[in-house]
Design a protein around this ligand. Structure first.
Ligand code: CMP
Length: 140
């Protein structure tokens, strides 16, 4: 069993797509281990996306991610990291396959509805950035 980290981004929350995104995730066999609604600051967004600090889109990305509420969550499934990325579709929704979350809901390469960890090391950093250990302890 593997855990991954995901965010329903401000564009999706604003448009009322959170429930539909979560339904697609659950229908694909993921278990929602933890979820919470947050409004993060630009600085908190910058810390989360620190690996992208030198990218030209960094300033705009951190403005966007702090522009409204988000849902952060931890998902569990076998092969969760790769399977969530497949379900999300390509970063740029113009390249996303039919049936993916970004194809269905994303408006642009930046306002692309959902984030998902890209590797085990990233997942563990990202889960730890937003969740404490006691929030992730499950017995059922
Ligand atoms: P995400 O998977 O959360 O990882 C980094 C985010 O930066 C990405 O989704 C997009 O929201 C954004 N992003 C990536 N590439 C670009 C780009 N070329 N222009 C604007 N935003 C981008």
């Amino acid at each position: 069993m593997q855990r991954t980290f995901s965010i329903v981004k401000p564009d999706a929350v604003r448009k009322g797509h959170t429930g539909a995104v979560l339904a697609m995730i659950e229908a694909a066999g993921f278990r929602l281990v933890a979820i919470k609604r947050l409004s993060i600051s630009k600085q908190q967004a910058a810390g989360f996306y620190a690996v992208h600090a030198q990218r030209p889109f960094f300033n705009s990305l951190t403005d966007f991610m702090s522009s409204g509420p988000i849902f952060v969550m931890v998902l569990e499934k076998e092969n969760a990291i790769a399977d969530l990325r497949k379900l999300m579709g390509a970063t740029n929704p113009a390249n996303a396959e039919e049936g993916t979350i970004r194809k269905k809901f994303a408006g642009s390469i930046e306002e692309n509805t959902i984030h998902g960890s890209d590797a085990e090391e990233t997942a563990s950093f990202e889960i730890g950035y937003f969740f404490a250990g006691y929030e992730l302890y499950t017995t059922t």
